[in-house]
Design a binder for this molecule. Structure first.
Ligand code: CO
Ligand code: CO
Length: 346
């Protein structure tokens, strides 16, 4: 029997996150624990929590899991693991340990698929230098998989979404369009080439990008996942108390993402992301509609977005190119805080 995980889900990957608006409404009623060793908590909507163990060591903690983004169980495992580990890289940390989180419909799928998902996760974790030392499985439909990850970081070297300074350039390390290409695949509209590129990008660890960030002492970063480029940039701008100008014509996207958007292939998550963020974004009056929707496209295991001193940008792009991130681009810049957090231009 050929296993096709995609047939089991309406939307997979980070598109399955609940809307950022609903999340924010609930989280504001949740008390924040008070402890001087908590260096980063959910207050600034960062990628992961950070806890100081001693003066030289802090732990980075994060978890992500989601329904399938592809048909093949092994590839799904790889993508889910790369995505879960990504938040540690976005904080400048070194991922070390992980636990599997699995929801699997025992009556609906052969156990072989279960083994393949775990194998994909194991292989990707191993590539990242992460040891998976346990996990937990629930019998549930549709399947979902991910990791809870622990990383190490020096308490003074934490990269946060609050570290962007006015005047910095903004660099994005992977093209957008994963949500569009996956939605198009469901409708039979995406080319095999684009689907393969999307899968390669989702499997690609943000490890090499994070190494370049560390080399240049970058202070402000996040990874682009379910809330889309505009949603994550907004969280970053607010946390850093700056505004950002993003030039959508400079933002790279996968193959036919633009044409697919033009043909109406816009996943529901894009509209949820737009609804959450639009009140704090100024859209240029001549902004191309398709580029606008690409800015809100939910990414799964997307690239890093980080801020860098403008004079170092050429060197950084050269380095990103040489570590296998040839689509890295400067997509805009930050300014002192203006009326809106994000200015989305052509
Ligand atoms: Co993140
Ligand atoms: Co995350």
């Amino acid at each position: 029997m050929k296993i096709d995980l995609l047939q089991m889900v309406e939307y997979g990957g980070c598109s399955a996150k609940i809307s950022p608006k609903q999340l924010e409404e609930i989280l504001k009623y949740l008390p924040l624990p008070k402890d001087p060793n908590i260096l980063v908590d959910i207050d600034t909507h960062d990628d992961a929590g950070v806890y100081r163990v001693n003066d030289d060591l802090a732990l980075v903690l994060t978890t992500d899991f989601f329904p399938p983004v592809c048909s093949d169980p092994y590839e799904f495992g790889q993508i889910a693991a790369a995505n879960s580990i990504s938040d540690v890289y976005a904080m400048g940390g070194d991922p070390v340990l992980a636990l599997n989180i699995m929801m699997f419909p025992v009556a609906k799928l052969p156990m072989e698929a279960y083994a393949e998902i775990l194998k994909g996760g194991f292989d990707k974790a191993t590539e990242a230098g992460v040891r998976i030392i346990g996990g937990h499985t629930i019998d549930d439909f549709p399947p979902k998989y991910g990791l809870a990850v622990v990383g190490y970081i020096h308490p003074e070297k934490i990269v946060t979404n609050a570290g962007v300074r006015p005047g910095d350039s903004l660099i994005l390390t992977k093209p957008l369009g994963m949500g569009i290409i996956l939605a198009g695949q469901r409708l039979g509209m995406s080319s095999v080439r684009d689907v393969n590129e999307a899968k390669c990008l989702m499997k690609l660890l943000n490890k090499s990008g994070a190494e370049v960030m560390k080399k240049y002492n970058i202070k402000g970063a996040t990874d682009i996942t379910g809330f889309g480029l505009a949603g994550h940039a907004l969280k970053m701008a607010r946390a850093s108390k700056v505004s950002m100008v993003i030039n959508m014509k400079r933002v790279p996207y996968i193959g036919d993402s633009y044409t697919l958007t033009d043909e109406g292939c816009i996943p529901g998550a894009s509209f949820r992301n737009l609804e959450y963020a639009e009140k704090d974004i100024e859209f240029a009056s001549n902004l191309d509609y398709n580029l606008k929707m690409i800015a809100f496209d939910a990414q799964t295991s997307g690239g890093l977005l980080f801020s860098a001193p403008t004079e170092k940008v050429n060197k950084i792009l050269e380095d990103l190119n040489s570590v296998g991130l040839p689509d890295s681009r400067v997509i805009g810049y930050s300014t002192s805080s203006q009326e809106k957090s994000i200015y989305l231009n052509n």
